[in-house]
Write a protein that binds this ligand. Structure first.
Ligand code: GCU
Length: 423
């Protein structure tokens, strides 16, 4: 398909996207606590024994695919260190994460890490980034990426590849100085280094370690890009957990937009992740699919077929037949804390759907004794609401991750970890 044909199809699909509350049809959310035989899970033990596994299996089969196991061999190497980073307040490290399989295949990517200069071990934020590690900081000596560069393909929207022009491009979104001043470390990995974001790049992704080229475009493909990015976060956790400076019981995974979807998935799978923050994660992130408001399955699968398993196509215009909705993904993070956030000028991500999913995830948090969001009335802008473990806000402004967002996330994390200390 050339660019023109692709756009013509997209234009038809765009007209079908619903941006009116009045057009949201009544729906019933499948309970994350209902078994296949319609009996109900009523205890933490039952949820941990079978409920969790059943839900993960449903997401795996119908949406994100399987998450690959760790590589046969994993090693870490500090390739640069600056003891006086961020004007002297931080230690900066670039750490190569080297994955090797016994069949000889390997893949290397780099984690950028800022550490405060005190009180080790410290809690640590970990998130993937859009424009290479160097795009997250104005510090000029950070490497762009050790992997090949990628280019736009006609018809497919791809973020700019990492080049010198991307240096510092998203430094404001990372807020490293404030995070470090609060006594947290912050780490990031470039998402293209795990899976360059296009349907034609399975072969350059981590799947080259695990899968054959004949699998890439098979209608039975049971893996996808979001699963690859989540896998990368898990390798980031492996690396952080090996460092004496990091408190491995306090690793907070966060992500914005498609990387917010990824953070939720990684958090659902990996219990070593002790807190999850999903910022403007939208369709197939925190937003309820059944509301069919803003971006929908048809649209996302046209633009991003590689993010999901092909089976998700079966639910276009049949969203109510999905055996789950996104509140169940959030509920898989329980009892660990989760923060879901939206922005007022981001209708595409369906802020109300993100809020209602966070509320509905409360059903599982209640099992663990947390009250979740207290009601389903959407809070006014810029007003975080929720419990000790479940928080939500809608920020005034467009789709994005801002300093104001970080103030809320730092408060949430500080509050949670400090009460753990006093228990
Ligand atoms: C696109 C995509 C969204 C996604 C966003 C982003 O708009 O359709 O689902 O969240 O990109 O990642 O920026």
């Amino acid at each position: 398909m050339n660019k023109k044909e692709f756009e013509a199809i997209a234009a038809v699909k765009r007209r079908k996207i619903n941006f009116s509350e009045e057009n949201v049809k009544p729906y019933i959310l499948p309970s994350p606590l209902l078994r296949e035989n319609d009996s109900r899970i009523t205890s933490v033990a039952e949820f941990e024994d079978s409920g969790r596994k059943r839900l993960l299996g449903l997401f795996e089969k119908n949406m994100y695919g399987r998450i690959m196991p760790p590589p046969d061999r994993l090693s870490f190497k500090v390739v640069s260190e600056d003891a006086n980073a961020l004007n002297g307040i931080a230690v900066r490290k670039e750490i190569e994460i080297f994955c090797r399989m016994s069949n000889g295949c390997s893949k290397t990517f780099t984690m950028l890490l800022y550490l405060p200069k005190m009180n080790y071990p410290v809690p640590c934020f970990l998130g993937l980034n859009f424009y290479s590690n160097a795009g997250c900081t104005s510090e000029k000596s950070v490497a762009l990426t050790s992997n090949p560069q990628y280019h736009r393909k006609p018809g497919i929207w791809i973020p700019e590849p990492a080049t010198a022009t991307t240096r510092g491009k998203q430094a404001a979104c990372w807020d490293f100085e404030n995070i470090v001043r609060k006594g947290f470390a912050s780490a990031t990995i470039y998402y293209f280094d795990l899976f360059p974001d296009g349907p034609e790049w399975f072969g350059d992704s981590i799947y080259r370690l695990f899968k054959l080229p004949s699998n890439w475009n098979s209608p039975e493909r049971d893996f996808g890009a979001i699963g690859a990015w989540a896998w990368g976060l898990m390798r980031g956790v492996d690396c952080l957990a090996s460092l004496a400076e990091i408190d491995s019981g306090k690793i907070i995974v966060h992500g914005h937009s498609r990387l917010g979807k990824t953070a939720l998935l990684a958090g659902a799978y990996d219990s070593r992740i002790s807190m999850v923050i999903a910022n403007c994660s939208g369709c197939c992130g925190a937003a309820l699919t059944r509301r069919n408001f803003g971006e929908n399955l048809e649209w996302i699968l046209h633009y991003q077929p590689h993010w999901f398993v092909p089976k998700l196509n079966d639910f276009i215009d049949k969203e109510s037949e999905l055996p789950f909705d996104q509140h169940s993904l959030i509920s898989l993070i329980a009892p660990r804390p989760v923060y879901i956030s939206s922005a007022t000028e981001d209708p595409n991500a369906d802020p109300r759907g993100e809020f209602l999913a966070t509320f509905a995830a409360g059903e599982v948090y209640h099992l663990y004794g947390d009250s979740g969001l207290s009601n389903d009335v959407m809070p006014p802008p810029d007003t975080p609401v929720g419990s000790f473990r479940v928080k939500y806000h809608i920020r005034t402004g467009p789709h994005g991750l801002t300093h104001w967002n970080w103030i809320q996330y730092l408060d949430f994390a500080e509050n949670y970890f400090s009460s753990l200390r006093s228990q």
